[in-house]
Design a protein around this ligand. Structure first.
Ligand SMILES: Cc1cc2nc3c(=O)[nH]c(=O)nc-3n(C[C@H](O)[C@H](O)[C@H](O)COP(=O)(O)OP(=O)(O)OC[C@H]3O[C@@H](n4cnc5c(N)ncnc54)[C@H](O)[C@@H]3O)c2cc1C
Length: 402
């Protein structure tokens, strides 16, 4: 790649901003184009795993994220009627990570902290209200056409990174299939000013139930009783406008925990959920990461964590290429590593998590919950389980893929 050419990142979401900061810190010229007029207030992700928190340090946002977030050292799997089935203490990982907890903080805070890094990085050019239009590949460069407030422009770039989310226009232009499926139910996510801890809930808990499973996360909030986010399924026959109406939301919350439906609900929304992985993450000088490359259900909190893992991995490969490494070989290794663990870990685990929570066959349900109870009770098995659920195992696996 000619030395002076910038790298264009399509999409200023958390994945795009992570790769942009990682590259700009390594003295690359980076242009980020974000369609929205400012970073969107996206409330989807809220739970970060220990290795991702370590990566925040390398991206210069570790302290800000830890200060803004809630540290969650213990999470539970529960049965909606019988209560706690298994409790996992991330303290078991204290020799594997300096941050043995999940960090709860809204994803738009991460994006903003990353965006603020541009104050110290003059080579990070952030352009809002600017959309990716198309690209044209050449042997030694890629021409990226964008459209922003000043009109249409073509950037002579070294690489284009598609970090433009699940409906990625970059992926579509690559003509790469987004293989997988969409779940029939949507997820209703409601944030309530209420203290679920007084009913025995850990700050992160997954609640199995054959009729209505749930996932809960305590989120940052000014003072007691705290803000608790609850995700529950909405069946296909319920239209969005009904599912989003407050009486419907309150009734469901009451059903989960009497009194919860009376709480203040500062925000609630509904999401369609998919399991999809792009057939490849790369075509020549175009590389995909984050939701543009893979999407999964949020049970286990792995989507955005994976986007950050992709970003850090890809930035390292681009550094090696600049230092004289073989571009084709290195970018193909990125694809093998990140696509490999997406399929082997993230897709498999998120599907398994959902199946565990929603299982209807009483025998299978009992067997799975009993297995989990045993795992939690055996420190060795619990440790292995935590390496997997905290995404440490997937990163170690990726590093071992040649
Ligand atoms: C209910 C729910 C809860 C979740 N909770 C978690 C969690 O706790 N932990 C976790 O790890 N993950 C979680 N996820 C997943 C997480 O939200 C996503 O994986 C994450 O947002 C992916 O980040 P991204 O930057 O790849 O994509 P996005 O966040 O989708 O960002 C893409 C950006 O690209 C911009 N864009 C799109 N098209 C263009 C274009 N043509 N030109 C310019 N810009 C464009 C968009 O405006 C956007 O800003 C959750 C998902 C859901 C639905």
């Amino acid at each position: 790649m000619p030395d002076r050419l910038p790298i264009v990142v399509a999409g200023g979401g958390p994945g795009g901003m992570a790769v942009a900061v990682a590259l700009a810190q390594s003295a690359f010229d980076v242009v980020v184009i974000e369609r929205e007029p400012e970073f969107p207030v996206d409330l989807r992700a809220g739970s970060f795993h220990p290795p991702t928190v370590e990566m925040f340090d390398a991206l210069g946002v570790g302290e800000a994220m830890r200060e803004a977030g809630i540290k969650v050292p213990v999470w539970q799997v529960r049965d909606r009627r019988a209560g706690v089935i298994a409790e996992f203490d991330l303290g078991l990982l204290k020799n594997d990570t300096p941050y043995p907890y999940r960090l709860h903080v809204e994803q738009h805070r991460l994006t903003r902290f990353l965006g603020a890094r541009s104050d110290d990085l003059p080579n990070l050019d952030l352009r809002f209200s600017t959309e990716f239009v198309s690209y044209e590949q050449h042997d030694d460069r890629i021409l990226v056409t964008i459209h922003g407030p000043g009109g249409t422009e073509t950037i002579d770039a070294g690489y284009l990174i598609g970090a433009d989310g699940g409906r990625s226009g970059v992926r579509k232009q690559m003509g790469v299939e987004f293989e997988g499926f969409t779940w029939p139910e949507r997820y209703l996510v409601a944030s309530c000013v209420y203290d679920l801890a007084r009913h025995g809930f850990a700050m992160n808990a997954y609640i199995a139930d054959p009729v209505e499973w749930a996932a809960i996360f305590k989120m940052p909030h000014n003072g007691p009783p705290g803000l608790w986010r609850l995700a529950i399924p909405v069946q296909p026959e319920t239209p969005d406008d009904i599912a989003l109406s407050l009486p419907f939301v309150r009734e469901r919350l009451h059903g989960f925990q009497p009194g919860l439906g009376d709480a203040e609900i500062p925000y609630h929304s509904i999401y369609r959920v998919h399991q999809r992985v792009a057939k490849t993450f790369r075509a020549g000088r175009v590389v995909l990461l984050g939701d543009a490359a893979h999407i999964n259900n949020p049970l286990g909190a792995m989507g955005l964590n994976s986007a950050v893992h992709d970003a850090v991995n890809l930035a390292a490969k681009l550094r090696e290429i600049r230092d004289g490494g073989d571009a084709d070989a290195l970018l193909e290794r990125y694809v093998r590593q990140r696509r490999g663990v997406t399929i082997e870990f993230v897709q498999a685990m998120s599907i398994r998590n959902k199946r565990l929570l929603e299982e209807r066959d009483p025998e299978v349900r009992k067997q799975r919950l009993d297995e989990l109870r045993k795992t939690a009770a055996d420190p060795k098995a619990a440790y292995t389980h935590l390496l997997g659920t905290s995404m440490i195992a997937s990163l170690r696996r990726a590093a071992a893929i040649e």
